[in-house]
Structure formats: C-alpha cells, structure tokens
Write a protein that binds this ligand. Structure first.
Ligand code: SAM
Length: 266
C-alpha cells in the first residue's frame, strides 16, 4: 500500500490510537511491533485502508453488466450455466451485493452465480459476511425497490437476505501478495484500489488477475482509473461510457508465475 509523500500525517493519525492502545507513546516506537506481531499488523492494516464504497457505485459499470456482460455470458456459458465473479478489494461488500441484486433479477432459472469477495482488511471481510449496514450506508445509492426486496431491519441496521448472502463468499486476501488458489472468473471488478500501489505492483497485480480471468472474460477498473499499466496483457472494449478490459488473445496462455522477462514471444 502506498501513502504518497506528504501524507505521512494521515498514517500517523490512523496509527496513533492503535499505538496508544498497545501501550506505546507514539507511532515510531509502535512500528517494530507491527512487523513482529501478526495480529497487530492486521489491526494496523485495517486502520490504514480506505474503505470508501457505495451501492451501484458510478452506475455505468452496473449498466454495462446488465446490458452487455451478462447477456454475453449467458450465451458463452450456456453449457455449464455457471457464472463466476470476483469483487477484488470489496470493502464492506456493497459492490458484491449490488451485483448479486442484478443477478437475482436477471439470471434465468437453472443457472448458478458465485461471487467471490476479497479484501485485505479482515474487518471488512467480516462485514461482508455479516451483510449488515447502517442507515447512512443504505442511503448511499441503494434504490428503495432493492431495499424493500432484499433487506430486513435488525435493530438500527439493515440485513441482506440469506438468498443474496449465499451468493457471496467473502475471504481475506492481499492483492499485492501471490494469490491463493482461485477459480477462473468470468468477470473481475478491481475498482478503486490500484491507486494505492506503485507502478510495478499495479502491473504485477494486473498480470496475476489476467491469469485467473477466463480468456473471454472481463475486467472492470474504477471509472477514473485508466488501466494504462495493463497494456501488456489486456485489450480494451468500450461499452457505452464504460471502458472494459479483456484478456489480450496473444497473452491468454501465459502461466501466472512466469517472470515478466521470459514472457516476450511466448
Ligand atoms: C476505496 S475501497 C474500494 C471498494 C470497492 N471496490 C469500490 O470501488 O467501491 C478500497 C478497498 O481496497 C482494499 N485494499 C487496500 N489494499 C489492498 C490490498 N493490498 N489487497 C486487497 N485489498 C486492498 C481496502 O481495504 C478497501 O476496502
């Protein structure tokens, strides 16, 4: 994760409460503890990540999903009738559950859809699994019709229906480290997270995402993200105002762990 020079104060502000709670006077004396103590490192990661998200964020990706991606996949996966989606860097799950709502609405009977939702923050992953949201979170982009259809009130919170929750499997995963075994995905959403990495890490993540994306699959980045780092392995396709990335044909058979230098001419 990259905090730009000049943003040290932000790190300091986020880590100081943890340092104090662990009995340290300041962040400098607390830092060695983060490197030696796995639990404390996870707490620090949870505090440092920015979890901004909302339902149907930016709208156009979801429009592209309903209008183009899903109809294409229904044709391409007619033999297996299975669709597999990855919400990488899922935050508290609004992205994964927004897709689950669209699948619930548009997936024909006899089909199954699995959404894998991952985030580096264990706190966020626990929130996805719980599927509970505050009123303030509900107010951010969720249409009233979807609220009525898929949520019940539990105290001060809203809980997603078991039907949608069963579609989503949440797990902790660091995009910057080698991926654990993953299924092949028809669609990957890697939205509003690449901004936190340096160029080499972005390229490496996009290479490894390529390896787990079906050759005829799709990758969506955040609306403001250009994906210029993705040139080597991905081609572009415009759907309305949305730019989708798709595995480049010449790169589809590259195994995930081969160093970049050996890829030329493969
Ligand atoms: C700004 S949110 C984006 C959430 C969602 N994708 C969206 O567009 O609304 C960024 C998320 O990336 C996660 N994140 C940051 N670094 C990560 C990493 N190395 N691996 C996996 N997730 C990471 C954060 O925990 C946070 O939940």
């Amino acid at each position: 994760m990259l905090y730009e020079p000049g943003k040290e104060y932000l790190m300091e502000a986020r880590l100081l409460p943890l340092a104090r709670a662990a009995g340290y006077a300041d962040v400098d004396s607390y830092l060695p503890r983060i490197f030696s103590d796995h639990l404390e490192r996870q707490r620090a990661l949870d505090a440092l990540t920015i979890n901004e998200t909302s339902w149907f964020r930016d709208n156009t990706p979801y429009q592209a999903f309903t209008d183009v991606i899903l109809p294409e996949l229904l044709k391409a996966r007619a033999a297996t009738r299975q669709i597999s989606i990855w919400s990488a860097a899922c935050s508290s799950g609004q992205e994964a559950y927004s897709l689950a709502m669209l699948l619930d609405q548009h997936l024909p009977g006899g089909w199954t859809a699995r959404i894998t939702a991952t985030d580096v923050s264990t706190e966020m992953v626990a929130r996805v699994t719980a599927g509970r949201y505050s009123q303030v979170e509900m107010n951010r982009g969720l249409p009233a019709t979807q609220l009525i259809k898929h949520f019940t009130r539990v105290g001060a919170q809203w809980e997603i229906s078991p039907r949608l929750r069963d579609m989503v499997q949440a797990r902790t995963m660091n995009l910057a480290a080698p991926f654990p075994p993953l299924p092949r995905f028809d669609l990957v959403l890697l939205r509003n997270v690449l901004i936190y990495f340096d160029l080499d890490t972005k390229r490496d993540i996009l290479r490894r995402v390529h390896a787990v994306t079906a050759p005829d699959g799709y990758l969506m980045l955040g609306t403001a993200e250009t994906g210029l780092e993705a040139e080597q392995h991905w081609g572009r396709e415009s759907v309305g105002r949305m730019q989708l990335l798709r595995p480049a044909p010449s790169a589809t058979r590259i195994p995930p762990a081969v160093p970049a230098t050996t890829l030329t001419g493969a």
